[in-house]
Design a protein. Sequence first.
Length: 148
Amino acid sequence: MTTTTPLTLDQLETGQELAAGACEISRDSLVRYAGASGDFNPIHYNDTAAREAGLPGVIAHGMLTMGTAVNVVADALGEGARITACSTRFSAPLEVPATGSVTLAVRAVVGKIDTEAGTVQLSLEASVDGTAVLGRARVSVQIDERSA
């Protein structure tokens, strides 16, 4: 569900898909994120360092992965709705090939609606080739129905 009109609580029901998308992550993405975040850990750019750390190869930054997934939700929200919190456990490393990219598939489903508070809790699924890379991912959204 991509919305350009204001989102209202009465449009939502538990189990409803609110957002879905696919995002490409490449080694260029890792370089840009490292520069922005200051996280220059070599497991995010050097295959040898990543393997010596017990990883299959270079992996994406956890916060880049989470931020990319949450951005799918942000893009789907209309006017008057804003993300107030997010949380996750990183369940598997997101390996990024030396050339090309990896596709992060994202889906956000309505988990809980609190009409009194005007909030919605979303369950966020993020996977690569069917393997979940985020676990117990949640996004809290505040709906301002006055702008509807």
